[in-house]
Design a protein around this ligand. Structure first.
Ligand SMILES: Cc1cc2nc3c(=O)[nH]c(=O)nc-3n(C[C@H](O)[C@H](O)[C@H](O)COP(=O)(O)OP(=O)(O)OC[C@H]3O[C@@H](n4cnc5c(N)ncnc54)[C@H](O)[C@@H]3O)c2cc1C
Length: 383
């Protein structure tokens, strides 16, 4: 492990790794990532794989538009063509006039940024996913340019690319303290020794607050337990898009490339560090999924897991330069949408670090908005 680097990144999740990749692409030569367990082991490997541009505010829509552009070429960019962004769409099922009105407004906003989402009939929704129960559905919000990607392949591809680019990835290396002198970053103290650095990015997501508090900083990011399931495989192509139903448990579900179904519901516990899977979740997920696609009652769930949504009061992340400490940056608190946002966040963060500004709307995620009492509109969130 090097004893001095230019940029130290805390957290080997999708945000830390993707930001390291963007920095290395911009010619930064001395970057190290510190991960207390193995890369991806935080929220990233526990995510539902969904990538969507159907948000209800301009910033998240623009960020996701940029992210989707980057997801499309990531396999090539990492020189790992096995990684593929499956552009199979997102289908929100709508059951009441009020829901339709809200989604119409969102679609209008999305369309104004060039996202081709539209409101479709229940019959059209069933053409896209033949197994849907549309007896209570009155419309759906559909965008074919949304999709999904495999987080394991994304992380593996990034780690290979980073090694090629001489970025140091230190697994099982916990950052115990961020070192500061005269209000400037001087490095990190890790479980394997001290490393000097001028710039530190805290990309520790659910754990970001622990390190911030040691510095006397307080940004509200709390760990909530959410859970996911996968089923045994079934005939491929049956559930191509991510299907979302707020009426039935805030459920999201889709079929993975290997044929199994992956998804979850909006049952959360916390704030807590306990990730033990619950029987309540298993029961509720089964009840709600089978309301959406009745044939799922014939499938067996083969795995269930818990993971953190690192939540802020408005479910939007905390991203930016930390004013109190020169050289300190934060990108954490991504709730249920950090995987999808990672390419644009990484690009914006790399620009911020190397040029001091970015054209992406990172201001929306301003860490100081909570102190000023300027919460954003709640981000649309599943699970
Ligand atoms: C059930 C579930 C479903 C989800 N579905 C989706 C979805 O469909 N789409 C989507 O976009 N998002 C989804 N998410 C959210 C997504 O997983 C996260 O927002 C995203 O992975 C955050 O990435 P990250 O790199 O910020 O955090 P993480 O992946 O959590 O990475 C942070 C890393 O920091 C490390 N770390 C912490 N403290 C230290 C320290 N002191 N020193 C060194 N390392 C440290 C941790 O070990 C961890 O690996 C879901 C999450 C869950 C739990």
């Amino acid at each position: 492990m090097k004893s001095k680097v230019d940029i130290a990144i805390i957290g080997g999740g999708i945000i830390g790794l993707m930001t390291a990749f963007e920095l290395a692409k911009r010619g930064e030569e001395s970057i190290a990532v510190y991960e207390k367990r193995y890369i991806g082991s935080g929220s990233t490997f526990r995510c539902g794989t969904g990538i969507r541009q159907q948000f209800g505010d301009p910033a998240n829509i623009q960020m996701m538009k940029r992210s989707v552009e980057k997801w499309k070429t990531l396999g090539e960019d990492m020189e790992f063509p096995k990684f593929k962004f499956a552009q199979t769409g997102y289908l929100f099922l709508l059951y009441s006039e009020k829901e339709v009105e809200n989604f119409k407004k969102n679609v209008q906003l999305q369309n104004s940024y060039g996202i081709p989402s539209r409101i479709i009939s229940p019959e059209e929704a069933r053409e896209i996913v033949p197994g849907l129960d549309i007896s209570e559905v009155i419309a759906a919000s559909w965008n074919h340019t949304d999709g999904k990607a495999n987080p394991f392949l994304a992380v593996y591809g990034l780690s290979r690319a980073l090694k090629r680019m001489d970025v140091e990835i230190n697994e099982y290396t916990e950052v115990q303290e961020i070192m500061v002198k005269d209000s400037r970053i001087t490095g990190v103290k890790t479980s394997k020794g001290e490393v000097k650095a001028d710039i530190v990015l805290n990309a520790a997501n659910a754990w970001a607050k622990i390190l911030n508090q040691k510095l006397g900083l307080d940004f509200p990011i709390e760990p909530y337990k959410h859970q996911g399931i996968v089923t045994e495989p079934f005939k491929l192509g049956e559930i191509k898009p991510m299907v979302v139903s707020f009426k039935y448990g805030g459920a999201y579900l889709t079929q993975k490339a290997n044929g199994g179904l992956i998804g979850g519901i909006a049952l959360k516990y916390g704030p807590t560090w306990d990730l033990t899977p619950t029987y309540e979740f298993l029961r509720e997920v089964s009840k709600n999924f089978t309301k959406i696609i009745p044939a799922l009652k014939y499938m067996s769930i083969i795995r269930q897991w818990g993971g953190y949504y690192a939540e802020t009061p408005d479910h939007n992340a905390v991203i930016g330069k930390i004013e109190e400490i020169e050289g300190y940056y934060l990108a954490a608190g991504f709730s249920g949408h950090g995987f999808m946002l990672a390419p644009a966040v990484a690009e914006g963060m790399a620009e911020l670090i190397t040029k001091g500004h970015t054209s992406l709307p990172l201001d929306f995620y301003d860490p100081y908005r909570f102190k000023r009492g300027e919460l954003r509109e709640q981000a649309i969130q599943m699970g």
